[in-house]
Design a protein around this ligand. Sequence first.
Ligand SMILES: Cc1ncc(COP(=O)(O)O)c(C=O)c1O
Length: 374
Amino acid sequence: MGKQSLNNPSIFTKMSQLAQSLGAINLAQGFPNMPIDPRLKDCIANAAQSEQHQYSPYQGLPELRYEIAALIERNGTVAVDPNEVLVTAGATQAIYTSVQALVSAGEEVILLDPCYDCYALPALMVGAKVRHVALNENYLPDWNKVEAVITERTRLIIINSPHNPSGRVWEEHEYKALASLVEKFPRLLLLSDEVYEYLAFDKPHFSVRNVPRLKERSVVVSSFGKSLQATGWKMGYLTAPKEILTSILYVHQFLIFSVNSFLQKGIATYLRAFNPDRVRADYAHRKALFTAQMKPSKFELLPCEGTYFQTVCYSNISHEKDLDFAERLAHEVGVAAIPVSAFNEDERDLKHLRLCFAKTEETLTEAAQRLCSL
Ligand SMILES: Cc1ncc(COP(=O)(O)O)c(C=O)c1O
């Protein structure tokens, strides 16, 4: 098994525990500490008062799948049929279930490092091999390197934009290059993790669904944890063409059968009036505030085009390993961050830390002041 799959507990748990034990500000784990939209709370409260408390249809409540399809369409990506939507217990379950359903023992899955930590395990659990290909030093894909590892055994490539941890957002040409690359391999599928789809700031989010040659072989994963700022509910969904979805549904029904019924109902009501532009504007404001406050610091701020993560380089401050530096930062400065090497199978260390700015203005101001003291 690879390094990432053996990390127990994960770097997120480790740094959050450290933050808690030291009373440090936790910019490590990606969760908002702001209140959620009160209208969303009302929708959930009303749903809790309804009689929607038994198993929902295993693919998800039809009214929620309809609202998800409508949301996708009005936000500029190619429409999907509500029958191509599966409601899941967060993006994590969507990813786990998809990989388990689509990949078999002896096949290969390509991951682009640094990448989110839940991608490798489901592949390793079915006896597949995971091939890690490094993104370039700007955290963008090097398609020649990807092509070099594709074989007849490659079943799945997992991609992620807006990208955690770097905050980079891929443009259309990246998808076009990918489309040309995968054309020669008819069995090769894509899993596109688009959980930060509504958090692209400097340029629009481009979904893999917008390239028809890719849409027909892609599973696209979304998270209500990110879009509704409610990470603790573990609610999300995926979309996939019918044939691919049929395989995923087979695993889904035995893994979980169906997800929380009244949350589905409440979210369906809320989505009718949900405007992702407001979420994006809110995070753009927090990002602007945090970057302005970090300007006097010795940290170099790397481009953050999307997500709620700001990656910083600390090579002007120290040459310590990023994990050591992150631990020292938590102890001495009182701010917890994620060392980016934790997202790399080979632990490549560019002296980069990931800071989460999905925090109240007070938290961000205090954290920036502490980081500027270095
Ligand atoms: C890139 C990425 N994918 C998936 C997830 C998991 O999302 P969920 O909480 O909906 O399972 C996260 C959560 O941080 C993430 O950053």
